[in-house]
Design a protein around this ligand. Structure first.
Ligand code: 13P
Ligand code: SF4
Length: 304
């Protein structure tokens, strides 16, 4: 059954001159099908570089919008039009404009998990992979507004020693991982290294050994000898980790850490997307041009 569908996708991909990009949280079969998998920063860089005519973005809406902003001449398709990111939707451009009015001299950094309109209102964009480095590079004589994820913001503030003006947004998937989850996993696998995503809460992060983006987790494990890891982020990354490191063992800190939006993408929807050129993601020109400035800065700042 899947064989037929995979053949169809392969054929349509060639006909459309398309490339399939997938985030590390995608279902296993989508990661296996993709031409390229990665974290938000890796995928943005790849979307900006590809010479394909069509990008099928297996991820959530803000990621596909980012691809449109960086590669406006390409058609960017999101196989499920309702695959959104509730964290990104915790802030609107209007709300950010109001916040900027209260801090007129502030630099504005937005996490890439944000709507295109919010990126257009920001000076700099960042991902979880380069937030610390980006905040560290900002002039110290101006305050910094950081939106919308308060946990990534606190992490960047702590690492850089900067006081940031934070927006109270959060990711429901990551805040559902509790301190007890980490303590229980550590009791079960005492010799495992614990890796957490910066979107986790501060008490959870304090119990972990490494705070990393999903792409950084993959790079970290590739360089290490230990064979056991507890993973405090969305469970989809475990497929990528196992594939790359078949001899190591990976234990999810919580089986509840499943992003329902990331899991909306299926093989059927990818085939439909290529066949019917659906669902095209568009960003109005005025927003796109302004948002591109903050994104260009983001892809210049590679993580340490
Ligand atoms: P990464 O950039 O680390 O892949 O994270 C994206 C994301 O949506 C985290 O929830
Ligand atoms: Fe958004 Fe959280 Fe899902 Fe990432 S895991 S896409 S931040 S809801």
């Amino acid at each position: 059954m899947n064989e037929k569908l995979l053949e169809k996708i392969k054929r349509l991909k060639t006909e459309r001159r398309a490339v399939i990009l997938a985030h590390n949280y995608q279902p296993a079969e989508i990661q296996d099908l993709a031409d390229f998998t990665g974290d938000s920063l890796d995928l943005s860089v790849r979307a900006a570089q590809t010479d394909a005519d069509v990008i099928v973005f297996c991820g959530v809406k803000f990621m596909a919008e980012t691809a449109v902003i960086l590669s406006p001449q390409k058609t960017v398709l999101l196989p499920d039009k309702d695959a959104g990111c509730p964290l990104a939707d915790t802030i609107t451009a209007e709300q950010l404009r109001e916040l900027k009015q209260k801090h007129l001299d502030a630099s504005v950094v937005c996490y890439v998990n944000s709507p295109a309109e919010v990126k257009a209102e920001s000076d700099y964009c960042c991902t979880s992979a380069n937030a610390v480095k980006l905040v560290d590079s900002l002039p110290t004589d101006r305050p910094v507004i950081f939106v919308p994820d308060r946990h990534l913001g606190r992490f960047a503030a702590e690492k850089t020693g900067r006081e940031l003006i934070l927006w109270p947004g959060y990711c429901h998937v990551h805040v559902a991982i509790t301190e007890d989850d980490i303590k229980n996993a550590k009791a079960k696998y005492p010799d495992a290294i614990v890796m957490a995503h910066p979107e986790c809460t501060e008490p959870v992060k304090r119990l972990c050994d490494q705070i990393l983006s999903t792409g950084q987790m993959l790079k970290f494990v590739a360089k290490e000898n230990p064979k056991k890891y507890i993973i405090a982020t969305e469970v989809g990354i475990i497929h990528a980790l196992k594939k790359q490191n078949p001899q190591a063992e990976f234990f999810p800190a919580s089986n509840r850490a499943v992003c329902p939006n990331m899991k909306k993408i299926t093989l059927d929807k990818v085939a439909n997307s290529l066949e019917n050129m659906q669902h095209e993601v568009a960003v109005p020109d005025d927003i796109r041009i302004k948002a591109k400035k903050s994104l260009d800065r983001m892809i210049e700042v590679l993580p340490r």
